[in-house]
Design a protein around this ligand. Structure first.
Ligand code: ARG
Length: 473
């Protein structure tokens, strides 16, 4: 009863201002400052982490007899109620309370009265927000990894469905040597594999508990940080209280991994854009993933790929934002650090949305195998293979290259592909050419590239099987 009366009659510190630091101030915060410093619209996304961390902290305070056990229990019960309100979308958010932490604390006071004030014993918003964000970052790394795996699977399915499609491989965007489309697509699985690995490592570095560091110097209570870490699933403790509240390396790790992953997707996007043009004519976008033009009825535009390409810049920009935010910050906590969450969420959302839409679009891409094959042999794409033929007859590669160079110049002037040159014409450039030099086919050229990592069909088939096994488990 007594407690309930207390909640109705505000403490002196709450009369002028709802601020947690109200005691020190006589006048209310200027409205423009309220608006400028507000972080609630962004950090309310951390509500699950905020509640979990607060419950773990309260229980530890009770176990250690730092606060009465009964109070700890009341706090935990109140926090669970708040959690239910938030999950149901019934929580009365209050902007004037600045951030997620003070919103929870004020609501707790409405529910359990003055006892709520004990929750903030032996902690500060500085170690609290670092804890929340690390918890969040670990889960975000898991989400990113899962989304990457989905895109890998989608690309693998596409590669399997087109396992016999031959296309030109390019360097300098000039037709270079024929490759299997599947080989080209598997290159992206390798990139994405490194991305998944980077998120896994980022998760490992985020996996340390800041709570117990206080505002910056540690706390003067017999706390048990290990038990809090255990309850929250942290592998380690942050070992230096100042580093614990000032460190945002884990944010940089996440956004850096996201930037590079977006860069990989953007390269794929660029190829989809090129390949779906009439000039390349290698693939058709599925209806559901192409957009039309309001004026040119014939058009099928690759808007998804284009937006992914552009949004890659937005994610890279978040990396700049965080690095610039950190670079001249004195220890320990500074309000600048509040900007980390906006950058983190922006990078995360863009990455996940992009991975998801690509995973949905990729298996539906339709390749024109006929045209791809023609393009793969046109423009003397087998020139290197003819040179290799001479090398196998004993000619040093440099000389062979020179011979084929002259042969290409000659054939170009005649307006003939290699296949239409006679054995006599070949011999004019080198006596080492075998009788059937002109018959050197596309398939033989592919088969020949059988050294590990090459595009030979049996190598690619083995790689497809390897990836299928890996992604299935
Ligand atoms: N909203 C703040 C942030 O995101 C929480 C920590 C505030 N700490 C402080 N000393 N003002 O960083």
């Amino acid at each position: 009863m007594a407690k309930q009366r207390n909640t109705r009659k505000p403490a002196p510190s709450q009369r002028k201002t709802a601020k947690t630091w109200g005691g020190r101030f006589r006048q209310a915060t200027h409205p423009l400052v309220e608006a400028y410093t507000l972080s609630l619209p962004i950090d309310r996304r951390l509500w699950r982490e905020e509640i979990a961390a607060s419950i773990a902290h309260a229980r530890m305070l009770g176990r250690q007899r730092i606060i009465p056990r009964a109070d700890a229990n009341a706090i935990v019960r109140g926090l669970r109620e708040i959690e239910r309100e938030m999950a149901a979308g019934r929580f009365p958010w209050r902007d004037e309370l600045e951030d997620i932490h003070t919103n929870v604390e004020a609501r707790l006071a409405q529910k359990i009265g003055e006892t709520a004030g004990r929750l903030h014993t032996a902690r500060s918003r500085n170690d609290q927000v670092a804890t929340d964000l690390r918890l969040y970052a670990k889960r975000a790394c898991d989400r990113a990894e899962t989304a990457i795996r989905s895109l890998q699977r989608a690309l693998l399915t596409l590669a399997e469905a087109n396992r016999r499609v031959v296309m030109p491989g390019y360097t300098h965007l000039q037709r270079a040597q024929p490759v299997l489309l599947a080989h080209h697509l598997l290159a992206y699985l390798e990139m994405l594999e490194r991305d998944a690995e980077r998120f896994h490592q980022a998760r490992g570095r985020a996996d340390a508990l800041p709570l117990g560091s206080g505002a910056l110097a540690g706390v003067p209570y017999p706390i048990d940080r290990r038990s809090v870490a255990r309850e929250l699933g942290f592998a380690r403790l942050c070992e230096n209280s100042m580093d614990a509240v000032a460190d945002r390396d884990f944010v940089v790790d996440f956004i850096a991994a996201a930037s590079l992953c977006m860069t990989h997707i953007s390269r794929l996007a660029e190829e989809i854009i090129l390949w779906s043009s009439a000039e390349f004519g290698l693939l058709t976008l599925p209806d559901g993933f192409a957009t039309g033009s309001s004026i040119m009825p014939q058009k099928r535009n690759p808007d998804v790929a284009e937006l992914a390409r552009a949004r890659t810049g937005r994610v890279a920009a978040q990396l700049q934002t965080v690095l610039a935010m950190l670079k001249a910050l004195p220890l320990a906590y500074n309000r600048d650090l509040q900007e980390d969450k906006r950058a983190f969420f922006e990078a995360e959302d863009t990455l996940i949305e992009t991975l998801d839409v690509f995973a949905a679009m990729t298996p539906e891409l339709r390749f024109d195998a006929e045209r791809a094959r023609q393009a793969a042999t046109a423009n003397y794409a087998l020139a290197t293979d003819l040179a290799d033929l001479l090398v196998r007859q004993g000619l040093p590669f440099r000389q062979a290259h020179e011979v084929i160079g002259r042969l290409v110049r000659y054939a170009e002037k005649q307006g003939k592909p290699f296949e239409e040159l006679t054995p006599a014409e070949f011999r004019r450039f080198s006596p080492l050419f075998p009788e059937d030099a002109a018959n050197l086919g596309l398939d033989a050229a592919l088969r020949a590239r059988s050294a590990r990592g090459g595009t030979a069909p049996r190598r690619v088939a083995a790689a497809l099987r390897r990836w299928r096994r890996k992604l299935e488990t």
